[in-house]
Every structure is written in structure tokens, then in C-alpha cells.
Design a protein around this ligand. Structure first.
Ligand SMILES: [Zn+2]
Ligand SMILES: [Zn+2]
Length: 204
């Protein structure tokens, strides 16, 4: 029994980390690109981001603000979408992990929705604002409303940090391993110059 519980807890932690990357890809490609599902792009980029910008419009003082939460069926849809993956992983690894996965996705999504609502509706954030992590996330999301393709995580910005889309509260880019990146850019520049054909000297 203890073994099963420990496996499910470990699965919960791993799937929660995965949630950061799922959130990132979902936000980047379904919310901020019209190529895949136009409706989610329209509702998010053309409506949510147009109502709530990175200035004083970031907060609404309406008790029932429009276009902040996702559709009511988004949570069952997310869990349903992931169920085959969780079942396959459990089947092939023989490690009890299904319920850890379901709990991770459900809790990740519920926290995402609660936090995002509180970020745009200050009246709803009285309790959460006591926590430093929430205040950090609030500033992080405000920057997303200024720079749409940065700070794509609302809840757990691990994917922003590792995929190069993180900006601080002042809007400056935060780069993981800046020295490695600078060296890599130099190598790319060198390779580009090396590929250029040598100048040919025209004969008179
Ligand atoms: Zn928002
Ligand atoms: Zn967005």
C-alpha cells in the first residue's frame, strides 16, 4: 500500500513538472498562434489580451469580468486528453501512476484558473496576495500582457526558464546559462561567415 502511494506521489510530482511544459506549449501554440485552433487564438490573443493589457487595464474592477476564465469543460477535456497517456505509461512501466497524473493535471489546471482569475480581478486576490510566490506570478503574468510571447507560464515558470521565454518584472530577458548562449551565438556567426564564398577576382 505504501509502495503504491509513494509511486503515485512521485508520478504526481513528475506530471506536475510536465504540466509546466504542457501549459507553455498550449499557451504558445493554441492561444498565440492562429494556425492550429483559430477559436482559442481569437478568444485569447484577440479578446483576452485586448481587454487586459500590461497597463492599468490589466486589472478589472468588475465583479464578473468577461473573458478571464476558460470554458467550463476545459478541465474535463484536459484530463480526458491526458488519460490515454497516463494509462499507456502505467501499462508499459507497470508503475502505479494513473491517479498521480490525474491529480497533477487537475490541481495544476485548478490553480492556473484560480490564480489567473485573481491576477485580473484584484478583489479576488486578497487572500493569495499574502503569498510571495503569488505576487511573483502576478508580476510575471503582467509582463506577459506586455510581451505576449514571453512569460507563457502562469503557474510554474520552469518551461519559460528553460525554453528561453522568461522576462523579469522589469521586462528584461532572463537567460539561463548566458555564457553558453553567447558562445553558441559566436559559433553560429563564425559558421555563417565560413560558408560565404571567397571573393573572386575578375580578370581585366
Ligand atoms: Zn491574463
Ligand atoms: Zn497569453
Amino acid at each position: 500500500m505504501t509502495h503504491i502511494l509513494l509511486c503515485e506521489l512521485a508520478a504526481f510530482a513528475l506530471y506536475f513538472v510536465y504540466g509546466s511544459y504542457f501549459e507553455w506549449f498550449f499557451h504558445r501554440y493554441l492561444f498565440h498562434s492562429p494556425k492550429y485552433i483559430y477559436r482559442t487564438f481569437r478568444e485569447h490573443t484577440l479578446v483576452h489580451h485586448q481587454i487586459y493589457k500590461g497597463d492599468e487595464t490589466y486589472h478589472t474592477h468588475d465583479d464578473h469580468p468577461a473573458k478571464v476564465p476558460m470554458d467550463w469543460w476545459a478541465l474535463p477535456a484536459m484530463v480526458g486528453f491526458h488519460l490515454p497517456l497516463f494509462l499507456l505509461v502505467q501499462h508499459f512501466t507497470k508503475i502505479p501512476s494513473l491517479w498521480g497524473g490525474v491529480a497533477a493535471i487537475s490541481i495544476y489546471y485548478t490553480c492556473y484558473e484560480t490564480f489567473h482569475w485573481a491576477m485580473h480581478v484584484p478583489k479576488a486576490s486578497a487572500f493569495l496576495s499574502r503569498f510571495r510566490y503569488y505576487r511573483f506570478l502576478d508580476a510575471h503574468h503582467r509582463v506577459h500582457h506586455k510581451f505576449m510571447l514571453s512569460n507563457l507560464n502562469v503557474l510554474f515558470p520552469l518551461a519559460d526558464l528553460t525554453l528561453g521565454t522568461l522576462r523579469g518584472a522589469d521586462g528584461r530577458r532572463i537567460v539561463l546559462f548566458p555564457k553558453l548562449r553567447a558562445d553558441r551565438s559566436k559559433e553560429i556567426e563564425k559558421a555563417k561567415h565560413a560558408k560565404k564564398p571567397a571573393h573572386t577576382v575578375k580578370s581585366p
